[in-house]
Design a protein around this ligand. Structure first.
Ligand SMILES: *Cc1c(COP(=O)(O)O)cnc(C)c1O
Length: 347
């Protein structure tokens, strides 16, 4: 099956693979994980997830290095974040070690779907926890299911990586409440952001930028990726309680420090975009996506923006952003020294 795949044009899609890895939470215990080729989950239609949205997930990647070794990038960080998401939803939290082990098993069971080195492709790992207890009263799910699935992926857009995108601001839509679940990777955040996302896409924008939900003054993040800017020798990224703490952003900040940049984590007013040299969206799926322009609209539905910010980097990825990107991709591919011990190897 996998042999028929064209590694150079994978895009970012679901496709059937060999196995998924599953564990069940009941009476405070996770069952021993099992692998199965049956991707169909049978649930009672009263299951909590269908009614009250008890679902949280993760996204990480495995890479085939130039040295032939298989590396998972910082799974311990994803394990911690998933734990905090599950706790926020009041459903079973997966222990860190079990999380990493199940991710490793999922990669191993689907190893023929792991793209070879040299195609800028990888294996995307998608762990998800869902609340399965049947009920009708409003309560957290006592039982849960943890599933780890994988997909071989190339670039998110199917285009060459680092192709700059246009973005617009959503002033009249929020993806999270000020004291809500923005900093947790819960499925509900996506349910909420998809409507404005679809609107932005239908208007031809590649990305949608959300402002802080309390005042709509400061930059929060793009719908599924963090915001980072380069200004001279500075790496600038927003500080806010409603942003998802991106592991890519955290890693890029460390790489920026390693390369001699300074890192500023602070509130960033939208108007400051005019002062930045380079802007990117960042996340596991793409590492970075350069942003070439940002439209500011009073309402997303409006045809004309109030203002357009054009980035000086234009149709190119910014020079400093590219340097940071190359270092991180090099670590993932085993061609740059992993000085922070980020990678976990498949034996
Ligand atoms: C997952 C996610 C990100 C990116 O996080 P990474 O750990 O870098 O993949 C950013 N924003 C949102 C809303 C997300 O769900």
């Amino acid at each position: 099956m996998a042999a028929e795949l064209d590694w150079s044009s994978l895009g970012f899609h679901f496709r059937p693979t060999n196995k998924i890895v599953v564990s069940y939470y009941k009476e405070g215990q996770w069952s021993a994980p099992v692998t199965t080729s049956d991707f169909t989950v049978a649930l009672n239609c009263f299951a909590n997830v269908f009614h009250y949205g008890s679902a949280c997930f993760e996204g990480l990647k495995a890479f085939r290095g130039k040295d032939g070794k298989v590396r998972l990038f910082r799974p311990d960080e994803n394990a911690k974040r998933l734990k905090s998401s599950a706790e926020r939803l009041g459903i079973g939290a997966v222990p860190e070690q079990m999380f990493t082990q199940m991710c490793l098993t999922a990669v191993k069971e689907n190893i023929d779907f792991l793209p070879p080195y040299g195609y800028n492709a990888s294996m995307y790992i998608r762990p998800v926890i869902i609340g399965t207890t049947p009920g009708i009263g409003v309560s957290s799910s006592a039982e849960a299911m943890f599933i780890v699935m994988v997909a071989p992926v190339g670039t998110y857009s199917g285009k060459k990586s680092l192709t700059p995108l246009t973005a617009t601001v959503a002033r009249n839509y929020d993806r999270a409440a000020p004291n809500g679940t923005g900093r947790f990777k819960v499925a509900a955040n996506y349910a909420i952001s998809l409507f404005p996302y679809n609107m932005a896409h239908s208007q031809g924008y590649g990305e949608l930028l959300f402002l802080d939900p309390a005042t709509h003054t400061y930059i929060d993040e793009f719908g599924s990726s963090n915001f980072l800017a380069i200004q001279g020798n500075k790496y600038v990224t927003p500080l806010s309680d409603s942003i998802l703490p991106s592991i890519t952003n955290k890693s890029l900040q460390q790489v920026a420090l390693d390369l001699g940049l300074t890192v500023e984590k602070r509130k960033i007013a939208l108007e400051e975009v005019a002062d930045f040299d380079e802007i990117n969206a960042c996340g596991t799926a793409v590492v970075i996506t350069p942003i070439k322009s940002i439209d500011d609209k009073a309402r997303l539905e409006d045809a004309a923006p109030v203002k357009t910010y054009n980035m000086p980097s234009g149709e190119e990825v910014g020079k400093t952003s590219k340097k940071i990107y190359d270092r991180i991709r090099g670590i993932q591919d085993g061609i740059e020294e992993d000085i922070h011990n980020w990678c976990v190897f498949l034996d």
